[in-house]
Design a protein around this ligand. Sequence first.
Ligand SMILES: [Mg+2]
Ligand SMILES: [Zn+2]
Length: 380
Amino acid sequence: MKKYLFIDRDGTLVSEPEDHQVDAVSKVRFVPQVIPALLTLKQAGWTLVMVSNQDGLGTSSFPLETFTPAHEFILQTLSSQGIEFEQVLICPHKPEDHCACRKPELGLVMAYLKDASWDREHSYFIGDRETDLQMGANMGIKALRLKDPQALEPCTDPDALTWDEIAELLTRRQRITTVERHTKETQIKVSVNLDESGHNAFNTGIGFFDHMLDQIAVHGGFSLTVEAHGDLEVDAHHTIEDTGIVLGQALKEALLDKRGIGRFGFALPMDEVYALVFADSVNEDPADKTAVALDISGRPYSVLNFKGRFTESMVGDFPTQMTEHFFASLAVSMGLTLHMQVTEGNCHHQIEALFKAFGRALRRAIAVSGSELPSSKGAL
Ligand SMILES: [Mg+2]
Ligand SMILES: [Zn+2]
């Protein structure tokens, strides 16, 4: 699907002069980094459309003879650098004309709005003014405010971005994946988005397990959906085990090359039990601690060192034994080094504390800051 960047001209592609009229070639100053940014965005698949208000164009206050040479110079310069616009849409009216095409009115882009074939989700309106943001909203697409570092009046909008930042934001790699696995015993589909939270849905047929998966997502700070259809008429074993495998695979895939991640993890109390997640390994006395230690090591011999004793065999429809088995399956498929301990207590609390602690550990371990690979070996 085609995706568009609808882009304002003055204050966005070229800096706005004091009198707000770019009516001479000598008044054209390109906004810093606009050309490399637009080339990056073009490379990433966006089609560009210019949408500009030119108040009173063609009247004595702004004759075409002064507008056209500067406008042609802008288009020609950009074109010579590989930046072309599919359309250049201009409203020549003044506010008092009350036309239907002055941004944020939709007249200029009506043909685009009538065309249902392009990708609204990944298209943007980019401009320096409130009316540009409003235009994006009116079109039903996201809008970004451009911050021109050489603007005469510095932009005060804290959300405004330079062209460099816009190119970075829109081309940042998406830590999103969906993994499906079908066997005779189970059909499982897991989707994760590590860079957004709150879009969770679980349907495994095992109520308590859905509740536990929700703990991982909520405390992990990422979005997770799990759809599992397993042989529950046998028991919950395959469904829980295979969900662990597929979830591990999805998390591993979504981490991409793991650049910039935290890798290790932390601690969480819950009622009479508590869970700890340390960096790399557990050195706590197993007699009095609940602990989860996690390392996204990628090592093929990932260890699950589970120390916990459950006094009940079931919590709701969930066999307590499957706690260890679930995390073991996940650790192997994700390439995790994982240590878990839980103190004795109410089994629901024990298991929930482990799932929450795992989520918290994961939150730290998957959080990105910078682009370094967190390993002296240069690989994870
Ligand atoms: Mg503007
Ligand atoms: Zn108009």
